[in-house]
Write a protein that binds this ligand. Structure first.
Ligand SMILES: [Zn+2]
Length: 57
């Protein structure tokens, strides 16, 4: 089954900052604290590059 639900992910950056990211973000998402890339858009989905600590519905 194809998963195409839009949801929000709570990510934890290496610096310890937690940030909510939309899983279909169409722009690069950077950490608000250290500017590290947390997710980048690949074919309509955000490819997460940080640890997911919670999936919000
Ligand atoms: Zn950070």
């Amino acid at each position: 089954m194809r998963e195409n639900n839009s949801r929000f992910l709570k990510l934890e950056c290496e610096c310890g900052n937690n940030q909510i990211v939309f899983n279909r973000a169409s722009t690069l998402v950077r950490c608000n604290e250290c500017n590290k890339i947390l997710a980048k858009p690949i074919s309509g989905k955000a490819k997460v590059q940080a640890r997911v600590i919670e999936v919000l519905k």
